[in-house]
Design a protein around this ligand. Structure first.
Ligand code: PBG
Length: 326
């Protein structure tokens, strides 16, 4: 038998869905997912995000209910992005105790306690009038003076009750600065999820529309990575692990599966991948035109990201996927 149909050996294991499922090497679970949410200070009702169909801006008094519905779907974590009313040259509202993220985290934690993990994006770009992730002087983004502001921001989130802080700025040395600040202020338990290998990517367009965080001049290529490089990702990740990151992230995900694979293989560290706004937008646009089957494509994409080595996936599809996987 084997001699006449030598390949039957492989086909036998594919013939029934139940066998395929039992031996599937990758198993996407809703407990792998982190759902990004936007809380916005200058609105009074929930508004659809024009650049991200199917996603919404939430005013403060609605965010906790939304987080509760995410928790009820069995998604273990959210990551919160703040859209402040006021911007300035030193991102004052990024680290104000009455900032929009700090208020939202307090409200979520008061209401939901440990029902869901709350991560916060730690960055300054949404809070800076010029839209860059650091302090700007004479058109240059300054690394070291920015570190103190990032550390203050992370601490203010932790003090509000965030379980995880996620620096996305890509300044050098920020994980060390944040870890030190947290430890000095009795926040040793706060987890750092660092956007360790974050590329200067064109896939962030819809997010910047949603967060009003486009740089007003230049781009982010002096601090985010060149998409032609992957050795550099290894160096960036090594540095963040050394500085104290608990979970490291590769971002974006889909065009960077090789980077996810290399990072996971090399460090065997808890690894997250961010299925970013442009990846979401391409699927939504193609699905709206009837070119692809949204559900099937999303499951294939997320399984691929997991197969590449991601333990955790940040995705705007999390709520849909949680329902599909039930
Ligand atoms: C802030 C930040 C960005 C994203 C997450 N945090 C935008 C950027 O770096 O310009 C992008 C997320 C997405 O595109 O879904 N620095």
């Amino acid at each position: 038998m084997g001699a006449k149909y030598p390949n039957l050996r492989f086909r036998r294991l594919r013939q029934f869905p139940s066998i395929r499922n039992m031996i599937a090497e990758t198993k996407l679970l809703k407990t792998d997912l982190i759902y990004p949410l936007f809380v916005r200070e200058d609105i009074n009702s929930i508004q659809e995000i024009s650049t991200m169909p199917g996603l919404y801006h939430y005013p403060l008094d609605t965010i906790t209910d939304e987080v509760k519905s995410v928790a009820d779907l069995g998604i273990p974590a959210i990551i919160l992005f703040g859209i402040p009313k006021h911007k300035d040259e030193k991102a004052s509202y990024a680290y104000a105790s009455e900032g929009i993220v700090q208020k939202a985290v307090r409200s979520i934690k008061e209401e939901l306690g440990n029902k869901i993990l709350v991560a916060t994006d730690v960055c300054l770009c949404q809070y800076m009038s010029h839209g860059h992730c650091g302090i700007v002087e004479n058109g240059i983004i300054l690394n070291d003076p920015t570190l103190e502001l990032l550390a203050k921001t992370a601490l203010s989130h932790a003090e509000a009750g965030a379980d995880i802080v996620a620096p996305s700025d890509m300044m050098d040395g920020r994980v060390r600065a944040i870890r030190k600040k947290l430890d000095e202020n009795k926040k040793q338990d706060t987890i750092i999820l660092s956007y360790a290998a974050k590329y200067a990517s064109n896939f962030y367009g819809p997010f910047r529309g949603a967060a009003f965080s486009s740089p007003q001049f230049g781009d982010r290529s002096s601090y985010q990575m060149d998409y032609r490089n992957s050795d550099e990702a290894i160096r960036e990740v090594a540095l963040d692990i050394k500085e104290g990151a608990d979970i490291i992230m590769v971002k974006p995900a889909l065009s960077y599966l090789d980077v996810i694979y290399r990072v996971k293989t090399q460090f065997q560290y808890p690894t997250a991948a961010y299925n970013v706004s442009g990846e979401y937008g391409m699927v939504k646009a193609a699905a709206a035109q009837g070119l692809i089957d949204e559900k099937k494509i999303v499951l294939e994409i997320l399984n691929s990201i997991k197969r590449a080595g991601a333990d955790l996936i940040l995705t705007y599809f999390a709520k849909d996927v949680a329902k599909w996987l039930d």
